[in-house]
Unconditional design. Structure first.
Length: 132
C-alpha cells in the first residue's frame, strides 16, 4: 500500500495520537541488552540508541536523562513525502516544544518532552484543523 505524498492531505489527515506511557532514550557501546523491548533502535558509529518504556529501563537499572511522550501521526505517509517533518517540527518549535522524529514504514512518530505531551498534541491537532 502506497503512502500519501501530498503535504496538504498529510497535514489535514495526520490524526496525532498520544500513546500511553513514558519513554526514554538509552545508549549502549555495542548491542542492546538481550530481552530489552525497544520501540525504536538506531545503530550509530558511537553505539546503539534505543527508545524504551521508562518502566522497563527503571526495572533494568538503565541510565537515561530524557523522558518523552510518544505521539503517532496516524496518516500513512510515504517515505518520500516532502515537508511533513518540517511542518510538524516547525509548529512544535513555535510552541517551544522539542521534537524527535522517527519515520516508520506506515507512520511518523514524535517523541516530545513528557511534560509537553498535551500541549504538543493540541498544537498538532490545531495544525491539522487548519488544513482540514
Amino acid at each position: 500500500m502506497a503512502g500519501e505524498k501530498d503535504l496538504r492531505t498529510l497535514l489535514a489527515t495526520m490524526e496525532p495520537v498520544l500513546n500511553e506511557g513514558r519513554f526514554v532514550y538509552c545508549t549502549f557501546p555495542g548491542r542492546a541488552p538481550a530481552g530489552l523491548r525497544p520501540v525504536v533502535t538506531v545503530a550509530e558509529p558511537e553505539g546503539v540508541t534505543v527508545v524504551v518504556e521508562q518502566a522497563e529501563a527503571d526495572a533494568l537499572g538503565l541510565t537515561y536523562g530524557y523522558v518523552a511522550a510518544w505521539i503517532t501521526l496516524r496518516v500513512h505517509s510515504a517515505l518520500e513525502a516532502v515537508g511533513l517533518t518540517a511542518a510538524v517540527a516547525g509548529r512544535l518549535a513555535e510552541h517551544g516544544i522539542s521534537c524527535n522524529v522517527v519515520a516508520g514504514f506506515h507512520h511518523d512518530h514524535l517523541f516530545v518532552g513528557a511534560a509537553d505531551a498535551e500541549r504538543a498534541l493540541a498544537a498538532l491537532q490545531e495544525l491539522a484543523a487548519s488544513y482540514g
